[in-house]
Ligand binder design. Structure first.
Ligand SMILES: C[S@@+](CC[C@H](N)C(=O)[O-])C[C@H]1O[C@@H](n2cnc3c(N)ncnc32)[C@H](O)[C@@H]1O
Length: 284
C-alpha cells in the first residue's frame, strides 16, 4: 500500500503525488532562478562560505589520499556548479547531475572546456532516474539538495551504492536541529530573530544599490523538507550511515553568513546562538 501524507490544505497526498509535486516545483523554481542563482544566494556565494567549502573539500581530499590516482566525483544536485567547479579545479573527473535543464545548461556553458576535455559530464535528471555502477565514485557531494528531494533518505541510500569502498559522501547546507528550536535564553533568542530578520533587509538594500530587481520566489514545495513541521531528520540520516556500513561519519554544525553586505550582528549571533546549519562527512 502506498503511504499517504497530508498536504498543506489538509488533503491526503500519496507518496507518488508528493514526489511529482516536489519535482515539478523544483523544475519550475530552478528554471526561473537559474540566471539569478549566484546573486540571490549570498548565503552560498559570500566569500566566507566559499572559503569554508573549499577548505572542507581539501580536507576530504586528504582523507582519500590513498584511494585512486584519478578521482571520480559525483556532484548531485549540482546547480550552476558551486561544488562542481571546485572539484574540477582540484583535478577530479566530475559527473554533475541536476533535475533542472536550465541549471545544467548554465553549468555546461561555464565549464565548457572541461566538458570538451571530458573531465566533466553533465546529466539533467532527477536522482530517482540515474544509475551508475556500484562503487563508481570516490567522492559524492550534495550541497543544499537533500531538503529539495521527495525522499532524501532513499536518495542517500542510492548514492551510497555508487560510492567506492574508502570513498566519501559529503552532504552540506542543511538546517541543523537547533535551527527549528527556540533559543532557551532570552538574549540569544532575541539575537537569533534580529539576525534572521535583518538579513533579508540587508539583501534587499544591496539589490537596490546595484540596481537589480529580484522577483520574490515561492519555495514552499521546492524546499519541501525545510519546514518546522517537516524537516530533515538528522537521526535518521545517521542511522542510515550505520545501516549502510559506513566506516565513520561526522556531523559539523556551523553558522552561516546570509548577506552580501556584512551583517554587523553576525559575530554576536555566532558567539551567543547555536549554529543553524549542518554538514556530514561519511567515509565508506
Ligand atoms: C539549492 S540548489 C543547490 C545547487 C548546488 N548544489 C549549489 O551548491 O549551489 C538545489 C539544486 O538541486 C536540484 N534538484 C532538486 N531536486 C532534484 C532532484 N530530484 N534530482 C536532481 N536534482 C535536483 C535543483 O535543480 C537545484 O539545482
Amino acid at each position: 500500500m502506498k503511504s499517504k501524507k497530508l498536504n498543506d490544505n489538509g488533503h491526503l497526498l500519496s507518496s507518488d503525488d508528493l514526489r511529482e509535486k516536489i519535482h515539478a516545483a523544483n523544475v519550475e523554481l530552478h528554471r526561473f532562478e537559474a540566471k539569478y542563482y549566484t546573486l540571490v544566494h549570498p548565503e552560498v556565494y559570500n566569500p566566507y562560505e566559499q572559503k569554508r567549502i573549499i577548505s572542507t573539500l581539501k580536507m576530504i581530499d586528504n582523507l582519500m589520499a590513498d584511494v585512486t590516482p584519478v578521482k571520480k566525483a559525483l556532484d548531485f544536485g549540482a546547480g550552476t556548479g558551486n561544488l562542481t567547479g571546485k572539484l574540477l579545479k582540484m583535478g577530479y573527473v566530475v559527473t554533475a547531475v541536476d533535475i533542472s535543464a536550465e541549471m545544467c545548461s548554465l553549468l555546461e556553458t561555464t565549464y565548457k572546456s572541461y566538458v570538451n576535455s571530458k573531465q566533466l559530464t553533465v546529466i539533467s535528471s532527477p536522482i530517482e532516474d540515474v544509475n551508475f555502477d556500484e562503487g563508481e565514485f570516490d567522492l559524492i557531494t550534495c550541497y543544499s539538495v537533500l531538503h529539495h528531494l521527495p525522499d532524501y533518505l532513499g536518495a542517500i541510500q542510492k548514492l551510497s551504492v555508487f560510492l567506492k569502498q574508502g570513498g566519501v559522501l559529503y552532504l552540506d547546507h542543511e538546517a541543523s536541529p537547533s535551527y527549528w528550536n527556540n533559543e532557551p535564553r532570552l538574549l540569544p533568542h532575541l539575537l537569533k530573530h534580529l539576525y534572521f530578520h535583518s538579513n533579508p533587509i540587508l539583501n534587499t538594500l544591496y539589490f537596490q544599490l546595484v540596481g537589480i530587481s529580484v522577483p520574490s520566489l515561492d519555495y514552499t514545495m521546492s524546499d519541501y523538507w525545510h519546514k518546522k513541521d517537516h524537516h530533515i531528520d538528522h537521526e535518521q540520516i545517521e542511522h542510515l550511515f550505520e545501516k549502510e556500513n559506513f566506516d565513520s561519519f561526522t556531523r559539523k554544525d556551523y553558522h552561516l553568513k546570509g548577506t552580501w553586505f556584512p551583517n554587523p550582528i553576525f559575530y554576536l549571533y555566532k558567539s551567543m546562538c547555536k549554529p543553524e546549519m549542518s554538514s556530514w562527512i561519511a567515509k565508506k
